[in-house]
Design a protein around this ligand. Structure first.
Ligand code: MD3
Ligand code: FE
Length: 206
């Protein structure tokens, strides 16, 4: 790997195939059950453009975007209801991988119909030293990651069942999803790629 990328990405950990097919199906069922009460929607950017990705959240706090900006809030912007709880399997996965303060936010991203996510940093959380954990389900996605400020990026294919953690210097890495390989998985009815990201968004206790 190119040294500059390697330095910036120290702390990027990938567990390919961490979830077997059975665990993927169980997790997907838990996710779809919760999406009945917290429906997917397309947030708009502060500039007023709808994101191509459909989103929802689980946990005490959910990431939202609208004309007022990006933030975490306790309720669904369309229903006004509290977000559903984070599936236990995800809390267990967090404890078994990154540990430390428990996650209080699980962002659900569904990529369908050519949806993508441009290069960005995740910096809306109160404590940027706490890791992010990501679980990929369904169609494979071409994931791009590079140094925080500028410079060369690295592309890798995230498959259904892959888990990755962003800790240390990688926590502020720029990253995005360039494209989804439609039809590469049969896991999700109707197709698409579903990504679950666990974060500590609010201040951690203590
Ligand atoms: C690297 N999601 O929700 S997951 C996001 O696949 C987001 O939906 C992508 O970027 C997705 O913000 C990528 C992998 C990931 C998640 C969080 C990160 C990579 C990250 C935080 C810092 C650096
Ligand atoms: Fe991100």
């Amino acid at each position: 790997m190119i040294s500059e990328v390697k330095t910036a990405l120290a702390g990027f950990r990938l567990w390919p195939g961490a979830l077997g097919v059975g665990a993927q199906v169980e997790l997907l069922d838990a996710v779809f059950a919760r999406l009945e009460t917290a429906p997917l929607y397309r947030p708009v950017t502060p500039g007023g453009r709808p994101l191509s990705v459909q989103m929802s959240n689980f946990g005490p706090l959910g990431w939202v975007s609208d004309r007022r900006g990006y933030r975490y809030q306790p309720t669904h912007p369309q229903t006004g209801a509290s977000w559903p709880d984070i599936p236990q399997a995800l809390l267990d996965l967090w404890a078994a991988t990154v540990g430390g303060p428990a996650p209080d936010a699980c962002l659900v991203n569904l990529y369908r119909d050519g949806a993508r996510m441009g290069l960005h940093q995740d910096r809306d959380e109160a404590d940027l030293s706490i890791p992010v954990l990501s679980v990929s389900l369904g169609d494979a996605g071409m994931f791009r990651i590079g140094p925080a400020e500028a410079g060369r990026t690295l592309t890798l294919r995230l498959e259904s069942g892959d888990v990755c953690a962003l800790t240390g210097p990688a926590r502020l890495a720029r990253h995005g999803i360039d494209r989804v390989l439609e039809g590469s998985s049969r896991l999700i009815p109707g197709g698409g790629r579903l990504n679950l990201t666990l974060r500590r968004a609010g201040l951690s206790p203590g």
